[in-house]
Design a protein around this ligand. Structure first.
Ligand code: NAG
Ligand code: NAG
Ligand code: NAG
Ligand code: NAG
Ligand code: NAG
Ligand code: FE2
Length: 447
């Protein structure tokens, strides 16, 4: 029995009734926009992809030499908030019991069609190894200057993971989310090979961040649940904490989530800084979109000043984060949003706390902040017309991305590559810490 109309096709296949709604006049159950993210431990990897029509139960076939293993997952229909209410199906499958540090081949799909074969390498187990990650924010479709190099490096196994610190596509929801689809296709040559870890930015705000929430799958390693707004995970000797700075600005979507997130960050820090946990994973790195410290005219200087009250210092309405990060000895805070690369001297409450004058990054007295928002988008680079602040160590206005290497429990190095200068390293520093305790404790014991 079947019935065909201009827009809707109902077919009965093996007793299963499927409704296929036309998308842009074409029916497609073909997987696209394939991307990976880390699961709740090194033995897991999550694959996420899109089809424009419902495509049955999602499956990943994978293996070391042959596609001899199968994992099944779930699909959800996502309807974009735009005027066309375009619908798509997001498929998520978690591969489990993988061997850490092992390369696998895989493809994704269902009985209705399969993607090409991709490959990935799981992160190694434990904390005694040296991860290398690419980190950047503010990557759009137009003027995506760093994209070719990131695609090349991802496929040649240069990174254990990639972190995109907010602002995608410009924007994921634009043109009834077609810009989002195109962005997800453009990053597939990166994100189908290397876990692509994300944080939310202001450009994702449309319809309560729904494109961002629906298209990515960020697993909080403690709960095993997906929470794209705030989640934490471990990579070797590092504990990464990702959170939304946007809850502080788009309060029209609700203020309670701001407080929920703050309590979650605090509890996560309490857990991560238990002596047995910090001994294993001494480095704590935070990822959030808008920098705590900025002094640029873009978006405007008022915004830079406002950030100090609403999310750095906090006030009666907004729980501030700077004290919390200082108290729990966060080592490094990575931001984006401003379209440049900026390295700060170790800083707390607008005061610079160099380790020493000659070695500012050796046993600093406060967290180190980096802004890396120059991956490339149509808005271009932000040329600053304000004087460089006393806390600012270096500003680079080239398009580029950052690479962080965590060598061991004491050494972490950071490099900035310029896309305009042939990916030459244009800034480099090494953070050396013999002690990852709270900065407060250290001040007390040294006085
Ligand atoms: C990873 O390391 C942990 C802690 O040493 C251990 O309990 C676990 O079995 C290891 N997992 C794998 C897959 O090797
Ligand atoms: C926005 O989404 C969050 C969940 O991500 C939800 O808690 C909140 O209530 C939503 N806000 C509105 C106004 O719908
Ligand atoms: C500057 O930014 C603030 C905070 O985001 C905003 O309220 C204000 O309208 C902006 N001013 C201009 C001139 O854009
Ligand atoms: C921190 O160290 C840098 C590099 O030596 C120096 O230029 C800067 O003035 C120092 N800042 C303070 C407040 O000591
Ligand atoms: C940690 O790594 C740094 C940089 O590679 C190296 O110089 C140092 O000796 C290492 N420390 C230990 C204890 O292995
Ligand atoms: Fe932004």
């Amino acid at each position: 029995m079947y019935f065909v109309s201009l827009f809707v096709l109902f077919a009965t296949i093996n007793g299963l009734v499927l409704a296929s709604f036309e998308q842009d006049g074409v029916v497609s159950q073909q997987p696209e926009q394939v991307h990976l993210s880390l699961g709740s431990n090194p033995s897991e990897m999550v694959a996420t992809w899109t089809t424009f029509n419902s495509a049955g139960q999602p499956i990943v076939e994978y293996g070391i030499k042959k596609l001899d293993k199968t994992a099944k997952g779930q699909s959800t229909e996502f309807v974009d908030g735009g005027s066309e209410a375009r619908s798509m199906f997001i498929h998520r499958v978690t591969m489990k019991n993988l061997v850490p540090g092992q390369t696998y081949i895989y493809h994704v799909g269902s009985e209705f069609g399969w993607s090409p074969i991709f490959w990935f390498t799981t992160i190694k187990n434990g904390s005694d190894w040296s991860p290398r990650l690419a980190i950047f924010g503010d990557l759009g479709n137009d003027n995506a200057k760093t994209l070719p190099r990131l695609q090349e490096d991802a496929q040649s196994g240069q990174f254990d993971a990639i972190i995109h610190v907010g602002d995608f596509a410009y924007n994921l929801d634009t043109d009834n989310a077609r810009v989002g689809d195109q962005f997800m296709r453009q990053i597939e040559p990166i994100a189908a090979y290397v876990p692509y870890m994300t944080a939310v930015g202001n450009h994702e705000q449309a319809y309560n961040f729904s494109n961002y929430v629906n298209r990515f799958s960020m697993v909080d390693s403690k709960t095993g649940e997906i929470n794209n707004h705030f989640y934490s995970y471990d990579v070797g000797p590092v504990h990464f904490i990702t959170f939304s700075t946007e809850f502080y600005f788009f309060t029209n979507y609700g203020r309670s989530q701001l407080h929920t997130q703050f309590e979650w960050i605090k509890n996560d820090l309490i857990e991560a800084t238990k002596p047995e946990n910090r001994a294993l994973r001494p480095w704590i790195v935070t990822i959030g979109h808008r920098a705590m410290y900025c002094n640029l005219h873009f978006p405007n200087y008022t915004e830079c000043l406002n950030r100090q009250t609403n999310f750095r210092k906090g006030d009666s309405e907004f729980p501030g984060l700077e004290d919390l990060f200082y108290q729990y000895g966060v080592d490094l805070e990575i931001w984006a949003h401003e379209h440049l690369y900026e390295r700060l001297w170790p800083i707390y409450d607008e005061q610079v706390y160099n380790g020493s004058l000659s070695e500012p990054y050796t046993n600093p007295g406060a967290p180190v902040h980096i802004t890396t928002g120059s991956a490339g988008c149509y808005e271009g680079i932000e040329y600053n017309v304000m004087e460089q602040a006393e806390w600012s160590a270096k500003r680079i206005y080239d398009y580029g991305f950052s690479i962080v290497t965590i060598h061991n429990s004491t050494h972490l190095s950071f490099e900035q590559l310029s896309a305009e200068k042939g990916h030459k390293v244009v800034d480099k520093f090494t953070l050396i810490k013999d002690n990852h305790d709270s900065y407060e404790t250290r001040k007390l014991t040294s006085s």
